[in-house]
Design a protein around this ligand. Structure first.
Ligand code: SF4
Ligand code: SF4
Length: 95
């Protein structure tokens, strides 16, 4: 469990990380080669790449998506995530 925070909110409460569309992914591994934060993990078997360490993803970063030629990576909506973070921060402050 990560103890890092973002905007005063525990990182593990923020649902920001890439989601791989396996109907598009060709397992070129460009996203994994690009990201320095060990978010992805290479696997044996059918799904050769998974999003393993979600909390390592930098909140609001989408950089690896630019390396993905088949456009297989998606992220949450930024405005909605910002609103969620503000809401969680209020909850945290009320504790
Ligand atoms: S969005 Fe940024 S931090 Fe997150 S997996 Fe992609 S490159 Fe890494
Ligand atoms: S860059 Fe895109 S196609 Fe290549 S492994 Fe990553 S998600 Fe799959």
């Amino acid at each position: 469990m990560s103890e890092s925070t973002f905007m005063g909110v525990p990182r593990e409460r923020i649902p920001w990380y890439p989601v791989i569309d396996y109907t598009k992914c060709n397992f070129c591994m460009e996203c994994d080669k690009f990201c320095p934060h060990k978010v992805f993990e290479r696997n044996e078997g059918e799904r050769k790449l998974v999003v393993k360490n979600k909390e390592n993803c930098v909140v609001f970063c989408r950089a690896c998506a630019k390396t993905c030629e088949p456009d297989a990576l998606s992220f949450p909506n930024k405005q909605e995530t910002t609103a969620l973070i503000k809401q969680i921060r209020k909850e945290e402050e009320a504790k």
